[in-house]
Every structure is written in structure tokens, then in C-alpha cells.
Write a protein that binds this ligand. Structure first.
Ligand code: GLN
Length: 283
């Protein structure tokens, strides 16, 4: 059987072309070589690799993420090692990173990433802003091992800590970011995510429990003018902006992801008295 024939069979069994290509390259121990595969698709598939490929296809069809099967995922230009100890980094989370990088913060800004998982957000920020002092917290010791080894592999220095959101963190921080669990406990789409850590995905009946806790804890840990930026579900922007407002944070606002969905919301701490001329205008 040729590589092209093996790919065609995998597609017939229900895999997307891209998934089939990535898994075949993994079975051939040629990760990241899609151009090679396209140029060599008439090569014969040797029996060993064929056995590995079949096994990977079966696991993919049973719902395991390709990222776990290949052991890695690209996020914001970084190649991260991932496995079932951590949530697979999603492209929509790059919206949060871009927002954080657009803020005007001090060169040595003190930054906290809560629920860091694979370390994706913390490492993307550190790569782009080497001067920032970044701490990343996760309640899962197992997740932190993954994050820490990603930091070592990429040569990016982040302080990794176990903790329950901000409970053990002192602060103050110029920026707090988080992609917390936000899927409602009864949401049927959790079934499709059953291979990923439940504690990284769902939080309470409306999916708002972790967001509520974080937003309640943040004001006491933010520096004056410091920002809290949060990822949330496609239908939670309004609820999150009201929570930010209720926590007396200023300028609550949201950002769209590439699919046009309000995917992140944030606000800042401002204890400055309101401008007495505010709203009146000149003349
Ligand atoms: N964006 C993920 C999903 O809907 C969920 C990630 C999260 O809960 N933080 O699949």
C-alpha cells in the first residue's frame, strides 16, 4: 500500500485529510513534514508504520485529540508538548495573548497566568516580552509538570506555582490573565471533550464559577491601573462584563476571536477619583 492509499482509507473511515496526514507523519517519525508527504505519497507504507498508523487512526476516531496522539500542539508560534494532563491549547486563546501584548505595561511588568495548563499563555507572553516577570499557577501538579518542561524546552523563564487561583498569590500584578474552565456542567459538548481534563473545562451549572472566583479575588491583587483579562464561553461576555463591573473594575470591555465571537473580556483597577469634568465637556 502507498502512503496516498493509506491516507485515502483513513479519510474513508471518517478522519479529516489534515488529521490523517498529521497522524501518518507521526507514525513515520517525520513530524512537521507535510511537504515531504505530499511529494512522496507514492512511497510504500512499511508494515511497522502501517500498524502504528492504524492504531493512531482508531484512537482519533474514538475522540482523542490529534495533539495528544502527536504529543504536541503549536500555540502562538511555540511548539508545546501536550498530553492528557493538560487542555489542548486552542487558537481562540491567541486572542487573549494578543490583547495582553497590546497593553502599555511597564518593561518589567508583573504578570500572573491563572490555570496555566500546558503553560501556553505564560510562555507566549514571555517569548514576546522577555522583560516581563511572569508567574503561572495551576491547581494541578500534573499540569504544572507539563508547563515546567515546556518552559525548559523553550528556554523561557516563568515561575510555576501550585495554587487555587489567586488564594496563595501575593501580588500586586500589572496584568492577570486566565483561560479558566468555563463550560457549563450539563453542556452536551463536553462529551466530545472527554479526553481532556474535566477540571480545565467545566465549572458550575452555568460555567461561571471559576470566572466568578477569579473576578472576586483579582481587585485586591492588581496594581493601580493593572488589567485583568479573561477568556470565556461564546455566550458569556455580557455576564463577565457585569461581574467585572460589580467587582468595581473599570472600563469593562470584550474582544472578538477570529470567528467573530466575543471570546475575552477584561477590565482594569483604577482607584483614581473620577475626572470632575467627566461627561460635561468643553464649552
Ligand atoms: N474553548 C474550549 C472549548 O470550548 C474550552 C476551554 C475552556 O474551558 N477554558 O472547547
Amino acid at each position: 500500500m502507498t502512503l496516498a492509499e493509506a491516507l485515502a482509507l483513513a479519510e474513508q473511515s471518517g478522519l479529516t485529510r489534515l488529521d490523517a496526514q498529521l497522524l501518518l507523519l507521526h507514525a513515520l517519525a517525520r513530524p512537521h513534514e507535510r511537504a515531504w508527504l505530499i511529494a512522496h505519497d507514492r512511497d510504500a507504507l512499511v508494515p511497522d508504520a502501517a500498524t502504528r498508523f492504524t492504531g493512531l487512526c482508531e484512537r482519533r476516531l474514538a475522540g482523542e485529540p490529534v495533539a495528544y496522539l502527536c504529543g504536541e500542539k503549536e500555540f502562538f508560534g511555540l511548539r508545546l508538548q501536550v498530553d492528557a494532563r493538560v487542555l489542548v491549547p486552542r487558537p481562540e486563546t491567541e486572542t487573549l495573548v494578543e490583547w495582553a501584548l497590546s497593553l502599555k505595561l511597564p518593561p518589567a511588568a508583573r504578570v500572573m497566568d491563572l490555570g496555566t495548563g500546558s503553560g501556553a499563555i505564560a510562555l507566549a507572553l514571555k517569548q514576546a516580552r522577555p522583560g516581563w516577570q511572569i508567574t503561572a499557577v495551576d491547581a494541578s501538579q500534573a499540569a504544572l509538570q507539563v508547563a515546567q518542561s515546556n518552559g525548559l524546552a523553550l528556554g523561557l523563564a516563568v515561575a510555576w506555582q501550585t495554587g487555587d487561583w489567586l488564594a496563595q498569590a501575593s501580588g500586586p500584578f500589572d496584568l492577570i490573565v486566565s483561560n479558566p474552565p468555563y463550560i457549563a456542567e450539563g453542556d452536551p459538548h463536553l462529551a466530545a471533550l472527554r479526553h481532556e481534563p474535566r477540571m480545565a473545562l467545566s465549572s458550575g451549572p452555568q460555567g461561571l464559577d471559576a470566572l466568578r472566583t477569579l473576578i472576586a479575588q483579582a481587585p485586591a491583587r492588581l496594581a493601580e491601573g493593572g488589567w485583568l483579562l479573561l477568556e470565556h464561553g461564546y455566550d458569556q461576555a455580557k455576564a463577565v462584563r457585569s461581574l467585572l463591573h460589580a467587582a468595581r473594575l473599570s472600563e469593562p470591555q470584550s474582544r472578538l476571536d477570529l470567528a467573530g465571537i466575543e471570546r475575552c473580556s477584561g477590565a482594569r483597577l483604577s482607584t483614581a477619583p473620577p475626572d470632575p469634568a467627566g461627561g460635561i465637556g468643553q464649552g
